[in-house]
Write a protein that binds this ligand. Sequence first.
Ligand SMILES: NC(=O)c1ccc[n+]([C@@H]2O[C@H](COP(=O)([O-])OP(=O)(O)OC[C@H]3O[C@@H](n4cnc5c(N)ncnc54)[C@H](OP(=O)(O)O)[C@@H]3O)[C@@H](O)[C@H]2O)c1
Length: 266
Amino acid sequence: MIFKGIRGETVQDINFCFQNRNYVVVGASSGIGKQITLDLAESGANVLAIARNNERLDDVRLLYPDKITTAVINVLCARDNDWRGVLDPFVTKYGKINGGIYTAGISKIASLKMLDEEDARDVVETSFWGMLFFLKFITRKKYSCVGSSFVVFSSAASYIGQKGGIAYAAAKAAVSNAVKSIASEIAANKQRINSISPGWVKTNMTELAEQESGGIVSSDLESAYPLGLGVPKNISGMALFLMSDAASWITGSDVVIDGGFLVGRF
Ligand SMILES: NC(=O)c1ccc[n+]([C@@H]2O[C@H](COP(=O)([O-])OP(=O)(O)OC[C@H]3O[C@@H](n4cnc5c(N)ncnc54)[C@H](OP(=O)(O)O)[C@@H]3O)[C@@H](O)[C@H]2O)c1
């Protein structure tokens, strides 16, 4: 968007220039990760877009075919060899990575009484363990530049819990807590890591959560959000900011973006 500044000069909305920079987005086939992938590509970055669904990944790639490369990985079972298999070709072609964004996550709404162990483990493994294995690998000097920035996804639910979201809220609290320890370790390479905690953003995940919840997700959800429910574009700008040099002194932090949902709750 272009508008006039106080001296009448033309001012543009904040834009980032990521020309000649390389990023990896895990969870790029949908929702917030897809938006971040597209915004990075629009800003000139080369992006390795990762998820399980190849068809949806390809739809993303086709929007910026010169900028987006795709790879299929299931973070529930991905280990060093799998990460090596997708990162090696990307780094060989484009050079070392300037940052990584981990958005993979699933939500299985279930009350304590109805808790299914396998589902609960999948929730924790997708958001937390998958993130750790990804970071363990990608932060290596072989793959990432000095000064790289990483962004991972927690949730507003990590602050106050969520009815029916025991495993999910616990996994997200683990994510934002782990960020602090990781930040202090990777600072030795001038690398940074931060988490983002969104409130309710309209994506495939929240649509599914609403359908599966059988009423656990409250019908007056919207009234809990003073600024209304979110869309992926409300989140992606912060991810790009945290990737950028403007955020070079920010690490180990969690940024809440929730349309006012948490205001006054604790
Ligand atoms: N939307 C919200 O209201 C909200 C609120 C707070 C936090 N968050 C967090 O924000 C992140 C993004 O959520 P979203 O709403 O954008 O969800 P989404 O639209 O469902 O996207 C999730 C992404 O994760 C990928 N993914 C899931 N399981 C995977 C696996 N095992 N291996 C590899 N990729 C996997 C999915 O791709 P495939 O299915 O193709 O694998 C998809 O690209 C999540 O961590 C979520 O917990 C979201």
